[in-house]
Design a protein. Structure first.
Length: 473
């Protein structure tokens, strides 16, 4: 990892020799950053990393209208695989292109309440239809190819702010919040349809497939089996208390009927998810800004138990099936730590650790029971390209023994299943460089290297070159 960081530090400034000079931009705060008031109390706040759009946005602060289009091309050459199963990553050369296009709208009803609606269209394809990797290489994919390609409601929520102090702090307007200023101490309530990572487990240099990393377990905590349908959305309520340098948020949300299914269970007294996160905006290095986030969650849904299904199948001399059980509600819980730390004015390091109990079926996000990720993101202002970004990361994922035994016996998860398993941790290296070409148009080459794809030492390694084209409207 140290050698990779050194190579990155040498490469990034050199990239300016080949890139077109970016256009000037007005200072603004990143949507994932603390409020400007909090940043003013930090010794070394990060540089401006706001983005340009192709068209100007509404100047009327009551309204919001913007859009984006994200296209990701990926391929991989042939790789070593003595056998493959139903849910294996194909060992033969393949390529795929995904797309996500979003239309963001919002209206502020008064000084404390706003209504936000996003319309989205997602399509294209994934490598091997999204099977075979716990840390899938493209977070933008919709794994179920049978879903309609028509536009759909992505987000639709009411956002209310309850002031708990008279003084105000400046707030950077985004599609998730239209207010120009907010009470310093406040309670924010949201109700409707949203994606849990909109508000939980955010990281300023490792959470955005539009400009940063692409792997599922780089941009999110792989062991955070957050409530979501196939497209990544749920319906629920969030409550977020914010003070000067810390915050605490809670969410109650609906769970899907089946693992990674599109339909939610509309009986919250049966299937439901609770999410908790404490955020401390304080660095771990002296006189350097940073953020520490502590996460916990519990899920209650119609989930199978790996050990029960392995025992049942062994007695019947059949292949275990995690879905072969009557409707019943079981519980799953997990924890996470999310750190980001400024190293210099232009370099920010990040790290995530995640753990879940591993006893119950992986149900909503991916098949990871333990994960550790570390990386660094760089702002292009370092090499006089303030709209550019670059980053490198290393991730190692694991599953618990019951989960291992299930896959080794030929069982299928909603993502994994080689028919057999010689277990090893799934290790991933990812890097990218995002270059601003012209107002609102960004291009990003990158590469991912996966050792032991699907936790199987008999298969791989796999190299996945990537190319992303992004447009901000």
């Amino acid at each position: 990892m140290l050698l990779a960081l050194v190579a990155f530090a040498v490469f990034a400034p050199a990239a300016s020799l080949f890139a077109q000079q970016s256009d000037p931009q007005s200072p603004a705060q990143s949507p994932d950053s603390p409020t400007l008031d909090a940043a003013a109390n930090l010794a070394d706040p990060p540089p401006d990393d706001s983005t340009q759009s192709m068209f100007p946005h509404f100047k009327d602060t009551r309204f919001w209208l913007s859009g984006q289009a994200n296209f990701i091309f990926q391929t991989h050459p042939d790789f070593h695989a003595p056998y493959s199963g139903t849910h294996s990553l194909s060992p033969n050369y393949e390529k795929a292109t995904s797309r996500v296009m979003t239309f963001y709208t919002g209206i502020r009803l008064n000084h404390s309440t706003e209504f936000l609606v996003d319309i989205e269209e997602a399509g294209g394809a994934a490598l091997t239809q999204g099977f075979g990797l716990a840390g899938n290489t493209d977070l933008d994919i919709v794994r179920n190819p049978s879903l309609s390609k028509a536009p759909y409601l992505g987000r639709g929520m009411i956002h209310t702010v309850i002031a708990l102090s008279p003084d105000k702090v400046e707030n950077q307007r985004t599609f998730l919040s239209l207010f120009e200023e907010l009470p310093r101490r406040r309670l924010e309530l949201r109700f409707g349809k949203f994606s849990m990572p909109d508000f939980f487990d955010i990281n300023s240099v490792g959470s955005d497939t539009h400009f940063q990393f692409l792997n599922w377990t780089t941009d999110n905590n792989g062991a955070y089996d957050y409530a979501a349908d196939t497209r990544g959305y749920t319906v629920g309520l969030t409550a977020d208390f914010e003070d000067r340098n810390w915050g605490f948020r809670f969410a109650e949300a609906l769970m899907p009927k089946i693992a990674n299914g599109i339909d939610l269970v509309w009986k919250p007294w049966q299937a439901h998810a609770e999410n908790f996160e404490y955020e401390l905006r304080h660095g771990v290095l002296p006189k350097k800004s940073g953020v520490i986030r502590l996460l916990a969650y519990t899920n209650s849904a119609n989930m199978g138990i790996y050990r029960d299904q392995v025992i049942k199948a062994a007695a019947a001399e059949t292949t275990p099936d995690i879905t072969a059980h009557p409707w019943r509600i079981t519980q799953k819980y997990g924890f996470g730590i999310n750190l980001e730390q400024n190293l210099t004015h232009y370099l920010t390091a990040f790290a995530r650790f995640g753990w879940d109990d591993g006893r119950t079926e992986s149900f909503a996000y991916t098949e990871v029971d333990q994960t550790f990720a570390e990386g660094v993101g760089a702002n292009g202002a370092w090499w006089h390209r303030k709209q550019d970004r670059a980053g490198i990361a290393y991730i190692t994922n694991a599953i618990k023994k019951d989960h291992q035994n299930y896959l080794a016996a030929g069982g299928l998860g909603f993502l994994l299943g080689d028919g057999h398993l010689t277990y090893g941790r799934e290790n991933i290296f990812e890097s990218y460089y995002t270059v601003h070409v012209w107002r609102g148009i960004y291009l990003a080459p990158g590469v991912q290297h996966i050792t032991n794809p699907g936790y199987n030492r008999d298969r791989g390694p796999v190299v996945v070159p990537t190319f992303r084209a992004h447009i901000e409207f």
